[in-house]
Design a protein around this ligand. Structure first.
Ligand code: ZN
Length: 112
């Protein structure tokens, strides 16, 4: 059986993207992050994924300066890193998508 699970988070991070006026000075974003995983349910656990493992991937970015982690701390690179972090904790998956809302009017979705 396959299933799709989804969990949402809200975390704050600092970042600064030089020469990109809305983000060119260090500031904080309250990122709304939605992780969606479509995969086979693991027979032994009856689950697609342990949410605690998903939490570990997200929580390591909470209250961090993204410039210390990424050479270009764009929301696209951030979403990609989260998707790859989730995939690294899965044995099998069909699709992992990560959507990050950086502001009320902007969001990015990465699908792997
Ligand atoms: Zn920004």
């Amino acid at each position: 059986m396959r299933a799709e699970i989804e969990k949402s988070y809200r975390i704050a991070c600092l970042h600064e993207i030089p020469h990109y006026p809305p983000c060119s000075k260090e500031h904080t974003h309250e990122y709304e992050i939605t992780v969606n995983v479509h995969a086979w349910v693991i027979e032994e656990t009856g689950m697609v994924m342990d949410y605690n493992k998903m939490d570990e991937v997200i929580n390591k970015y909470a209250n961090k300066n993204l410039n210390d982690i990424f050479s270009i701390p764009s929301v696209e690179n951030f979403a990609l890193a989260i998707a790859d972090g989730i995939i690294a904790k899965l044995k099998h998956y069909s699709r992992v998508s990560v959507t990050i809302c950086e502001s009320e009017n902007t969001k990015v979705t990465i699908v792997r």
